[in-house]
Write a protein that binds this ligand. Structure first.
Ligand code: ADP
Ligand code: G6P
Length: 357
């Protein structure tokens, strides 16, 4: 049976290449929703799903139609649409949105095989994260909000080196080769999805250090589409103005190379957007409250909530820079969007529906 309108699942899409911070973002997001999401209990230990009271996060790799051997044989990458089953993705996301449980396949990242399916019940909030949440127009139309994590090549390279060389023992050459090998399909199938995103977090090398190539200090842009229902962009000082702000001084400690914010209107793929940019990093996370107090429309429930969230997860990558700050803010905006939709549905529900609840 389909759910009543006021119980319908809200669907969020999060797109990015692998190794670009999706799971870190998910941890920040579910924390804002009020509880860490965990793998399903008693199920396949290699399940990619995360579940909390309110939120279920599914990984779109589970819709690979070709397993690792199949991809090798056909000579296609996981990024190629031919390696993915968009019909099934659409059917199942639609079913969940309509309040119907599904038997979702599991792509086992350890074995590279498709495992027997797992039961997914309709949550309040469904997040679909992976390579292609906005690729298929039918799936895209089911999304209530969409986010694209746009990590520039320089930064992607720096992160991969850090992870694959330091933690997995790969060589510099092999990391370079694997990024190069993915690039044509990334450019063809993944990157174009950013034009559809309601919010894009773009991560670039700093401009505060001339010719920096370390990729440690980052310039991060939060690109927010105008005119999206239930989503009003964040602003700095004065909505719609163009502002450049260096908060370092008496109230904020900054060591080299400092911090710089920019804010203003812009266009992005012919859409009107507001862009908030932070270059540099915080020395002391508790002083973030000073920056937070100058931002408006951040959808906090109390003064200092952004700073509190950032302090709570100071061990997550990106906590001292714009990646963590903007991921946290987007999490708050999604909570706000969810609450607005729920409130609107409750108000529109027929008389007597409230008594049943
Ligand atoms: P994904 O889920 O997209 O594969 P993760 O969130 O697991 O990505 O992050 C992969 C790796 O990328 C992390 O282990 C870390 O090394 C690096 N990383 C991710 N986000 C950041 C960030 N904001 N700042 C620095 N490094 C990051
Ligand atoms: C998953 C990831 C892809 C990655 C693939 C590995 O599907 O989302 O980004 O490329 O696994 O594929 P491979 O064919 O190298 O095992």
């Amino acid at each position: 049976a389909a759910a009543a309108a006021e119980e319908k699942t809200i669907v969020i899409g999060l797109a990015a290449d692998s190794g670009c911070g999706k799971s870190t973002f998910m941890r920040r997001l579910t924390s804002v929703f009020g509880g860490a999401a965990e793998p399903p209990k008693g199920g396949n230990p290699d399940s990619n799903t995360l579940i909390s009271d309110t939120t279920t996060v599914i990984c779109l790799d589970d819709y690979h139609s070709l397993d690792r051997t199949g991809r090798k044989k056909e000579g296609v990458t996981a990024l190629d649409p031919r390696a993915n089953d968009f019909d099934l993705m659409y059917e199942q996301v639609k079913a969940l949105k309509d309040g119907v449980a599904v038997e979702k396949p599991i792509y086992n990242h350890v074995s590279g095989l498709l495992d027997p399916p797992e039961l997914i019940k309709p949550p309040k909030i469904l997040v679909i994260e992976g390579l292609h949440p906005m690729f298929d127009s039918r799936v895209r139309d089911l999304l209530d909000f969409s986010i694209y994590l746009d990590i520039s090549n320089e930064v992607k390279f720096a992160w991969k080196i850090q992870r694959d060389m330091a933690e997995r023992g790969h060589s510099l050459e092999s990391i370079k080769a694997s990024i190069e090998a993915r690039k044509p399909d990334f450019d063809a199938y993944i990157d174009p999805q950013k034009q559809y995103a309601d919010a894009v977090i773009e991560v670039l090398p700093t401009q505060l250090i001339p010719d920096d190539n370390e990729g440690k200090v980052l310039r991060v842009k939060l690109i927010m589409k105008e005119g999206v229902k239930y989503f009003s962009p964040v602003y700095l000082f004065d909505e719609g103005s163009t502002i450049s702000w260096i908060p370092c001084g008496r109230k904020l400690t900054c060591s080299y190379p400092g911090i710089k914010f920019n804010y203003g209107p812009d266009t992005y793929f012919s859409n009107e957007v507001s862009v908030l940019e932070m270059d540099g990093q915080f020395d002391r996370l508790d002083e973030l409250i000073y920056v937070e107090s100058h931002l408006s429309n951040i959808s906090t429930k109390f003064y200092g909530e952004v700073t509190q969230q950032m302090l709570k997860h100071s061990d997550f990558p990106g906590s001292n820079n714009g990646t963590g700050l903007f991921q946290t803010i987007v999490g708050l905006k999604i909570r706000d969007l969810f609450e607005q939709i729920v409130a609107e549905r409750a108000a529109a529900a027929p008389v007597g529906a409230a008594a049943k609840a």
